[in-house]
Design a protein around this ligand. Sequence first.
Ligand code: GLA
Length: 386
Amino acid sequence: MDLKQEFVRVFGAGGEIREYFAPGRVNLIGEHTDYNGGHVFPCALTIGTYACARRREDRRLRFYSMNFPEAGILESTLDDKEYRKELGFSNYPRGVILTAAQEGYRAEQGMDILYYGTIPNSSGLSSSASIEVLTGYILKDLFGFDFDGIANAKIGQRAENEFIGVNCGIMDQFAIAMGRKDSAIFLDTATLQYEYAPLKLDGVKILIMNTNKKRGLGDSKYNERRAECESALRDLQRAVDIKTLGDLDEEGFVLYSDMIRSQVCMKRARHAVFENRRTIRAAEALRAGDIPEFGRLMNESHVSLRRDYEVTGPELDTLVEAAWEQEGVIGARMTGAGFGGCAVSLVKEEYLPVVMDAIGKTYREKIGYEPTFYIAETGDGPSRIG
Ligand code: GLA
């Protein structure tokens, strides 16, 4: 598809039009740990968001998405600082541009940007973070700003927290801004220290399974989970000197968990603590080439997300449990925020067709509609492609 041609059709010719790409991400393990000072283990994908952009002479901002053509051109200006519902998806790039300005990267001219995303919406593969990081990258490239990938990730996260109103952690924006082909990123969200872990998956593929269930109330539930973890942390801090739940190990948690006044908050915190430790172990297992152990930890992660964090639901549970029954599946779990979206699994290559067939059949029978499968290819972070 010729994106520049589409850009000219939508916005008209003239000026220098540049083309860009930023990936989506899939998280292998370490779920709901990133706002609890824990570890995460995501990788960037080859599906993502494409864009064409050019600077304007005035202060207008014009956005268009080929994924929402019915919305037409969404227009605002650099001086318009409020979130506005009628501006739809363009609130994501607007949030990034306004946040970057607050951080000292102030564009004095507007832009026209056309987006085209290949990440299914609401799939939990971070289409919104992909747009955010891509916009940060465009801003940097068009105006010559000097910020690195980590700063870009932080701008995206702040835009999501303060402008969009979702209290997400840093994982998605970081995984996208810092992505590297054939690697997962082992990130300590407390310190932002990170390490690229080569994905040595001989004969094993990363299979993503989409429930095709829209996330719906996901955002409010997400903020609720986060608040529950914060409440548990405050209770624990009465007895033990920790900054985040990630500072506790399993024994520490068992010792102090009685301090947590609410049973629900206790379960949320138990997930956060144990999931963080599982993620550290999973990174070790990968380093040692122990893929079966990695898969076992993925399964454990799902059980904990189902029982303690309660973010799976029948659709994700059906996909994952059907996967567990299949020969050739090394591990499977939900990925991303949950409440719908996708599951991720490690599958021996030669079993893939049979596995997809069997899981699809079970899902159709129990849930009543089709799941979608993608064999994930890992990719690099954002770049200019034309
Ligand atoms: C969403 C958020 C991330 C992270 C995951 C759950 O993707 O954007 O920050 O919290 O959920 O692990």
